[in-house]
Design a protein around this ligand. Structure first.
Ligand code: ZN
Length: 304
């Protein structure tokens, strides 16, 4: 039982929700640094210093081949992971590779159904984003825009740097059991502790979204490495809802293998809008859908 779990149990004993969460989150900086964690499998995961890895099965032996199934070790090759039902589907991610075990056995997995939130004191969240040159890629699982340094999220005094944002359809989180048309994930990392903070914003079907309209013409329609689009800037601030003070908050995981449980999740309550045509264009670029089914809450609390 690591300190993270001990604090969680102590919190339960205290029957103090705010104390529980404070202890839960306060434990994060005490973890060993998480060097070069894969983030929704879209970051390079080279040069993992084994001696600095945290003692978590999901991330202690991540390799560059984590997405490649087995290595043809004299037999059947395991399938690549994906979203369709079947051998490579979400129900089997944890069995595809020993590094993916958390996908099956983890107790703090994402996404979740957002319901029954516990009222809590509002976390101090500030978002300070700058425009960045458009660098876009399609990794076969999602379409991702990489961000240059200088845009930050501050959560209760802890600063996280925006690394990238990417999209899902339908939404991964659900609200009272209902999925929304799309969800964008803004992935941030604390450069010191390597802890992650991901902001989820729902995108409901409605009016055409001007920022998406600027990005989609450059979207690779099949798997493609990062390309820089000349003379085009993108500003993720334009993908935020008007009200960024109302959000759900919980502790969870990456929603793609290796499903590492290292994410402070912040999911905005107010959706932004995206047109049917824009949804369809994205779906065509990622083989129709890319949402992991919701996971059990287990012993966690959802706060709002
Ligand atoms: Zn995501």
């Amino acid at each position: 039982m690591n300190i993270h779990k001990r604090l969680f149990v102590l919190g339960l004993l205290s029957f103090s929700t705010t104390g529980l969460i404070a202890g839960h989150l306060a434990a994060e900086p005490q973890r060993p640094p998480l060097e070069r964690l894969p983030i929704d499998d879209q970051l390079p995961i080279d040069k993992l210093p084994v001696d600095k890895l945290p003692v978590e099965p999901a991330i202690e032996s991540v390799t560059e081949q984590a997405d490649e199934g087995s290595h043809e070790s004299g037999g059947m090759e395991k399938p690549h992971w994906g979203y369709a039902e079947g051998a490579g589907g979400p129900e089997n991610w944890g069995m595809l590779n020993e590094d993916f075990a958390a996908c099956s056995v983890g107790q703090e997995q994402s996404p979740i159904n957002l319901t029954g939130a516990v009222d809590s004191e509002l976390a101090q969240l500030s978002l300070a984003y700058q425009p960045t040159p458009l660098k876009i890629l399609n990794n076969g699982h999602t379409v991702q825009v990489n961000y240059e340094p200088g845009s930050v999220l501050t959560l209760d005094g802890e600063t996280f740097e925006l690394l990238q944002f990417h999209f899902h359809t339908p939404s991964e989180h659900t609200v009272e059991g209902e999925a929304i048309a799309m969800e964008v994930h803004l992935v941030h990392q604390n450069p010191v502790t390597k802890a992650l903070a991901v902001v989820g914003v729902f995108m409901k079907e409605g009016l055409e979204n001007p920022e998406i309209a600027a990005i989609w013409p450059s979207m690779p329609t099949s798997k493609a490495d990062e390309k820089t689009v000349a003379d085009q800037m993108v500003d993720v601030a334009n993908l935020l809802p008007t009200d960024t003070d109302s959000f759900y908050r919980y502790y969870g995981s990456l929603t793609t293998p290796p499903c590492s449980e290292v994410v402070n999740w912040i999911v905005m309550k107010e959706p932004i809008e995206v047109s049917r045509s824009q949804i369809d264009q994205f779906a065509a670029a990622i083989d129709e859908m890319n949402a992991r089914p919701v996971q059990p809450l287990h012993r966690r609390f959802l706060l709002d």
